[in-house]
Design a protein around this ligand. Structure first.
Ligand code: ZN
Length: 193
């Protein structure tokens, strides 16, 4: 079940659509689906991702199901504002890797009349809210939480279990380091170590 999202600006205004969830829940796939539909409607679309994310491809966003879309890598969230003038729709992937500035930037873009579609992890590998995504959810008009399937028991899953030893909050990678887990099967890492 997904929250209905608007297909066009009803009254010459912008808005923010947030897509959140754990890894392997289809966030990027959903972002790509929405921007493709905007393309079909001949709206001008640009997609950004943070430069930290170099997996698979440096100028595309790629879902785990191997769908792709052109993207622009930016080091700093502020760079986005310089590049969006001619676009109706602004997609942003991997929101959790941007600084807190991304929240105000999304607000500014929506105030300028842009449709902003932003996707990111809402919990880190400890199961804690992953800033700045909670703040983005608070200011978004539309929120979709995507669920994965627990890789242990098959229940709906909203947590990301790290299965490698690293204590870094940001560990870019995919299948080798993480699994989607449900509440019951998720084991928070020992925080005393
Ligand atoms: Zn489970």
């Amino acid at each position: 079940m997904t929250t209905p999202t608007p297909h066009h600006s009803p009254n010459d205004t912008g808005w923010i659509e947030a897509i959140c969830g754990c890894m392997f829940s289809g966030k990027t796939e959903e972002l790509i689906r929405r921007v493709r539909r905007a393309h079909i409607a001949k709206q001008k679309v640009i997609v950004f991702k943070p430069q930290i994310d170099t997996r698979y491809s440096s100028d595309h966003i790629v879902s785990h199901s191997e769908q792709t879309h052109d993207s622009v890598s930016v080091k700093d969230a502020k760079n986005i504002l310089e590049m969006v003038e001619d676009y109706h729709v602004v997609g942003i992937d991997e929101a959790q890797f941007f600084s807190q500035d991304i929240v105000d930037i999304c607000d500014t873009l929506a105030d300028k009349g842009k449709r902003v579609i932003i996707a990111g992890l809402d919990q880190d590998y400890r199961g804690k809210p992953f800033e700045p995504v909670p703040q983005l959810l608070a200011i978004a008009e539309y929120i979709t939480k995507t669920l994965a399937i627990c890789m242990v028991c098959g229940n709906p899953a909203d947590r990301t279990q790290r299965i490698s030893e690293s204590q870094e909050r940001v560990l870019v990678g995919a299948k080798d380091h993480y699994e989607a887990r449900c509440r019951k099967c998720f084991k928070p890492p020992d925080e005393s170590s």
